[in-house]
Design a protein around this ligand. Sequence first.
Ligand code: ADP
Length: 487
Amino acid sequence: LTAKLKDPTLITDKALVGGDWTSASADGKTFDVTNPSTGEVIATLPDLGKAEVVKAIDAAYKAQKAWAKKTGKERAGVLRKLNDLMVANADDLATILTTEMGKPWPEARGEILYGASYVEWFAEEAKRVYGDVIPGHQQDKRILVIKQPVGVVGAITPWNFPNAMLARKVAPALAAGCAMVSKPAAQTPLSALAMAILAERAGLDPALFSVLTATDAATVGKEFAENDKVRKITFTGSTNVGRILMRQGADQIMKLGLELGGNAPFIVFDDADLDAAVEGAMISKYRNAGQTCVCANRIYVQSGVYDAFAAKLKEKVKGLKVGDGFAEGVTTGPLIDANAVKKVKEHIADALSKGAKVELGGEPAEAGELFFQPTILTEVTTEMKVAREETFGPVAPLFRFETEDEVIEMANNTEFGLASYFYASDMAKVFRVAEALEYGMVGINTGLISTETAPFGGIKQSGLGREGSKYGIDDYTEIKYMCLGGI
Ligand code: ADP
């Protein structure tokens, strides 16, 4: 891997623990990071445990006090430099990302720029953490409201966006004056470490941003939840783990930011622009080989356009190319691990046993063990697993529906509420459907909704809080009200 990098110092075999780059855990354990496309070991890292988590938290706790005292402009300066360094090193960061995660290199580069956009955004927001002056409730009183950083934040992030999911957390945290102790997914820690290297180069006190490499995520999560120096946990991952963290944090009323699972409906009405809907479905379904929490999971097509939509989608999906993320023209990389492949196979087998048909794909791909063919299933019904569970793979199940009421009921019939999408042209229907969908985000006539300028987040069991936009920094501040008397 180092041979492919313009700057080989962006890759390390150490973790960043409370300001110190550490190559060994207290008990000397290590773990390997592998390339999912080839199975090759690309790095061996210290497998940290409770001792290192505590050390990182203690250091963050101390460093945060000085960081919080800095002006917004000073904090903004460091974040702006980090953004510039991420952009300047985007090629290398993308190479690291593709090697540890598998997504096509151009997509990885897109993720780096997307991650950097949050750093830029929150650099700007750092200067605008405004309070209020409220007229007093008695003649001699005035009310002042200020916003202060919550303190030390523990972050746990997933493997599907190894850079952006962390950037979305560390940028607002640092902008607000918090310190962060992070634990990236054990499959993809190198992108997080590279970001920490750049943050240090940007002038950040490294004690403010630890990156713990560990396979025992449960120990890290428990320490975050129970250590009274930690004031907030921000987590992106499965709803199940979100629930565990919520329970563990209950004793100290832990503040939580949770970006959890989705089960996104993608609805195509009879009056939709079908070519646009197919384009949107391609992006929303097959990006990252179907491994995003906002991926279309259930595609509902109104009966009048069902066959036409299926045919057009099939033509486009045939154009996808499965393979190693570094190969020219590849659009679809490997799935992250053997379990992911197993789940995709299970969902397809379950659907076929209940009457669905394979329109395209349906089998593992030749490129290697973890590769799967982009798949379209037709005649899918609500009894099948694909209707209820996130597939997290390149499988598009097409459900048929007749009426607006029926499809809204089906779309909302899930415990999840992250992203949703629909295509229609009638203006009144656009408003009715957008308001009726029980989701934190609705893409209307578009399959791509993620941007740092908008609030990303879910309702129901998809999470708590919002990342990005003018609302995003609020998740890292506390409101303090001061009552001034005797005026
Ligand atoms: P997935 O791996 O399917 O994306 P997970 O929720 O299992 O979803 O993983 C997301 C992140 O949560 C990873 O960093 C993982 O290591 C971490 N994680 C897994 N189990 C726990 C746990 N019990 N407590 C805290 N973090 C966990």
